[in-house]
Design a protein around this ligand. Sequence first.
Ligand code: MG
Length: 159
Amino acid sequence: MNIRIGNGYDIHRLGTERRLILGGVEIPHELGLMGHSDADVLTHAIMDAMLGALSLGDIGHYFPPTDPQWAGADSLVLLSQVNQLVRSHGWQIGNIDSVIVAERPKLKPHIKTMCDRLSTTLELQPNQIGIKATTNEKLGPVGREEGIAAYAVVLLVRD
Ligand code: MG
């Protein structure tokens, strides 16, 4: 088979005195995502989708939150490593589609920058990456602004 598909999901809590990083872009907001790394949920969901497509486990296996090496890590660096792993197995990304679920702030003005940053990191064209943003209609933990979640689907194509 010459194509494989993977999906990824991530959610992090929002807290004070943390930066909000999504898709490698720092977004001005009074709250940020909490976590061991920079807590970039979009990038984490994409990495899990890439790993899942090749049945290679999940990001917790490669970058355990107990490892001080990854404290405050830039998730784009981790994404680049996952991309090298995928390529080393003889696969490349066909396209990515993703959704960020956040009640606030408005993400639309930042989507293009996220797309540019992710496509540069993954050595793709920007039109190979879809990023959408939606609210949770004030429902549940995301709706109460307790966290931000992201979903991603990745199609891999054999080299
Ligand atoms: Mg995560």
